[in-house]
Structure formats: C-alpha cells, structure tokens
Ligand binder design. Structure first.
Ligand code: BG6
Length: 483
C-alpha cells in the first residue's frame, strides 16, 4: 500500500530554541523526513533562533549533524540534505531584549503561513509572544506552537493562557502533546468511530474496566533537575495519559473537527472523579544493573517525587459510571510498552458449564510494534470435549499494511504539518489543559499536605508491589508489562 503525501503550502517556520535538545532530536530530523517525503515544499523556510552566537552556515552544519545523529536512514540522502539545508537560516536572538528581532522580522515573507515554535522554557512564552507582537509578526497567518509542560498547576497554566491570549487568538495557539501525534493514538479514533463493531459495546454495561499503561525502561537520566520538580503525575499523567483516557472515554463527536473533538474530551476531564488517596500508588526506583537510584539521579537523598504512579479513576457519566480506569506509568520498568486494554465483562451465563474465566479483551498497542489484538474465546482444538481457550485476533499494522503499517512517521513531524495546515484537532485547547490541572492539583496538594512518601521499587521490575494490590482489591490483575 502506498501512502499519499499531500504537500502543505509553503511556510516560514521559526524554531525558538533552535539549538536545543528537542530541535536536534525531533523537530529538525522530522522536518527533513517531511522534506524527503515531498510534504515540506522546497519554498518553505526554517529559521533557527536561539541565544547562541552562530551564523547561518554554522546552523546548517548543526542541522546536518542533528540529522546524521537522529535522522536514521534518511541521513544518507545527501542530495535532499543539501537542498534542505539551503532552506535553513539562523538568527541569534534575545527573547527578553532587542537583539535579533529586526533581523528575524526581515526574514519573514509576506502572505505566507508563519509558525513560531516555542521550544523553550515556559517562562519565556509570554516574552516571545510580546516580542512577536511588537515586531508585527502576529497577523492572522501567524500561529504559535508551545511545548509542554504547559504550567505546573492550574494557576500557572491560567497565567500562561492569559499571556498568550494577549496577542494570539485560541485558533492560533497549538499546544503540543506529542502522544496525540502517535499513529496508533489517532487510530484509536478510527477504530472507535469508523466501525460498527465496537461502539455499541463501548460502555459500562459491557466493559468491566480499562487499563492504560505507559511503561519506560529509561530513568530520568540527565533530566533530574526538571523531573524532581515534576514527577510522573505532572510529566506524564496530567497530559499524555489523560489524553489517552479522553480518547477512550469520550462520546462520539459529531464530526472529526477540532472543536467537536476537543469539546468531547473536555467533557470527559470534567467528569473525572476526585481520586481517593488509597486509589493511588506512587513509587521511586532503586538502583540496579540499569543505573543509579532515582534519588541519586535527581541528586536529593530525601526526594519524595514519584517516578511511578498507578491509580484508579472513576468517570462519572452515563457511559462509564461503574467502570474503573486504571492508569499506570513509570520509569526504569521491565520493558518499554504503551498499551491500552479494554477488558470486557464476563458472559452473563455460560452454556458450557464450569469453565475458567474467559472474557474478551481489546488490546491497543501504541509502542513498540503498533497494533491491536482482540482476545476471543474459541474451542480448544482436538478431542477432549468442549474446552474453551482464549486466542488473539491479531492485527499488527506492519503485517496488515506492509511497510506503511510500520512507517511510523514521528509524532512531531506529523503535528508540525498539522500546524502548517491549520488543523488543531490533535492539539490541546486552553480550557482542556486547565481542566486537566484542576483535576490534578488536589491530588498533588494532598500528597504534600499528608507528607506522602513514594514506595520504592526495583529497577527492571513492574513497579511497586502496592500497585498489584490496587487491582487485587477489586479482584482484577494488571496485564503484563512486556515488549
Ligand atoms: C515526555 C516526558 O513528554 O514523554 C518524558 O517528559 C517521557 O519523561 C516521554 O520519557 C515519553 O515519550 P515517548 O514518546 O517516548 O513515549
């Protein structure tokens, strides 16, 4: 199957923080992939803007190195690389001062989509927005892209929203959650709303519970300083896991349109129950073969920040009341795997007499090996009577769709192309982010008030033992963490 690549209109893209880690690892290699695929038109221009003193030649060399290191196979496409680098330029800029702004404004072309990617600390978002406005760069064709973390609580998120709203309409603000750019995450909507099969069963009458797992093998590594102030709740749950929960739980939007989709997600967040303290397990990894302990990595022997969290969440609406959502995410776990399991209820009555527990489970694998399986019950082959066995109806996207199924265009490049097209469906709206913080804040505040201390867990394990108990109390079990 050959995928269709529709080129976007020519654009000017400015990457503030153009020499930073995200630019190097994701944004620049991603743009180059879109260029090679014919989606980024040859007339597009990319400007790196950062504090470092560098000229355009220096930046082109920097971009070339980033692509060599993080671009994978495409790094060998020297012909395209030469043409791509010609589209790059660089401005040394001061977000809070005057340096570089006139030069930057001079590089922007008339009547062209302009995107400004704020790949910088959130403390600079307001300054950048103000400067762009001062230099006449906030017209209707302009849009800004902002990275997480979008605030660290409701108050700071509101402040950021206010700072940006002073110069940009909501329709010009693209808040990135890169999980929404993942292929299988979008597929979740296609599966739910493009098939007759699932939607009638997608409710508390038929679904026993839902599990969402985002397990990582990496520790916090060099990000200790940021992470110790953040923890898994702010770093992963408030945004990525929350978005996954929304896509699973939301009502069908009337159409696949940015506000229709985001309205439905917002309703889910507003329907989330406050979480009881005993429905949350926090953990911190210990040292192991994989590396030092969490406390060593964040350089604070008394740190109470969680590198793991598991929780039981209720959604109080007609569709989901009574069906719990169990979420867990953590670092330094046994395997890297992101999965959603929709576990259906047992049959009301089995005509086969006493059999062990058989039930359907729809498993959606986000990474690695994107795909879906539906566990169905069949007769165990061979003589010996009617014994039942569960087998997976397997749909690996790579198997089903050939190379394109495995063609995992990186989330960032997909989202940047959406910014240029002006499609906000896969970006978080300001009210959504605020609602997510409004739900998160009391949980975090509760830990501080109670002096909650995370449980420890072994590096390379499935997390703290207490997380097993969380489900065991409800006579349920977590699905295995495996790659
Ligand atoms: C980021 C978090 O948003 O997502 C990181 O800050 C985390 O801590 C990362 O490792 C996980 O993303 P992915 O795409 O590798 O699952």
């Amino acid at each position: 199957m050959v995928s269709r690549v529709i080129p976007v209109d020519p654009f000017d893209l400015v990457i503030f923080g153009g020499t930073g880690d995200l630019a190097r690892r994701k944004i620049l290699p991603g743009l180059f992939r879109r260029f090679c695929a014919g989606q980024m038109p040859p007339e597009a221009c990319v400007v790196g803007a950062a504090r470092a003193d560098m000229d355009t030649d220096g930046y082109r060399a920097f971009v070339g190195e980033a692509i060599a290191e993080f671009g994978g196979d495409i790094a060998n496409d020297t012909e395209n690389l030469g043409a791509f680098l010609q589209r790059m330029s660089y401005v040394s800029i001061d977000a809070r001062g005057e340096k570089g702004w006139i030069e930057l404004a001079g590089l922007m072309r008339e009547s062209m989509v302009r995107a400004f990617y704020f790949s910088v600390a959130p403390g600079l978002f307001g300054d950048l927005a103000e400067r762009l406005n001062q230099h006449g760069l906030t017209d209707a064709d302009s849009r800004i892209v902002v990275e997480k973390p979008f605030g660290r609580d409701l108050a700071t998120a509101k402040e950021l929203n206010r700072d940006l709203a002073a110069y940009f309409d909501e329709g010009q603000i693209y808040r990135i959650d890169h999980y929404l750019g993942k292929e299988t995450v979008q597929n979740l909507m296609a599966v739910r709303f493009g098939n007759m099969l699932f939607e009638p069963l997608w409710n508390s009458q038929y679904v026993d519970h839902i599990q969402i797992t985002v397990a990582e093998t990496v520790g916090v590594g060099g990000r200790g300083e940021y992470y110790d102030k953040s923890g898994a709740m702010r770093d992963m749950v408030q945004n990525h896991l929350m978005q996954l929960l929304c896509l699973i739980a939301m009502e069908p939007p009337s159409k696949f349109d940015p506000d229709a989709v985001r309205d439905e997600k917002l309703k889910v967040i507003r329907a989330l129950d406050a979480v009881e303290p005993h429905h949350i397990v926090r953990g911190q990894y210990e040292a192991g073969e994989e590396g030092p302990s969490f406390r060593e990595e964040v350089n604070d022997p008394r740190s109470r920040t969680e590198s793991y969290i598991a929780m039981k969440i209720g959604v109080s609406n007609w569709r989901w009341a009574g069906t719990p959502f169990y979420l867990r995410t953590g670092k330094r776990l046994k395997a890297r795997c992101s999965e959603i399991h929709v576990v259906f209820k047992e049959l009301n009555h089995s005509i086969f007499g006493e059999q062990e527990d058989h039930r359907n489970v729809l498993s959606i694998r986000l990474q690695p090996n994107e795909g879906m399986t539906l566990g169905v019950t069949i007769k165990e082959p061979g003589p010996g009577g009617m014994r039942l066995v569960d087998v997976p109806l397997d749909m690996s996207f790579a198997d089903a769709l050939g190379a394109d199924g495995a063609d995992q265009t990186d989330a960032y490049e997909r989202l940047i192309m959406d910014v240029i097209r002006g499609n906000q469906t896969l970006f978080m709206r300001g009210d959504e982010v605020e609602a997510a913080w409004a739900w998160t804040d009391p949980i975090i505040n509760g830990w501080h008030t109670r002096g909650d201390v995370p449980k420890t867990y072994d590096s390379g394990s499935e997390g703290p033992v207490d997380a097993v108990q969380l489900l065991a109390r409800d006579t349920r079990v977590w699905r295995k963490v495996s790659s």
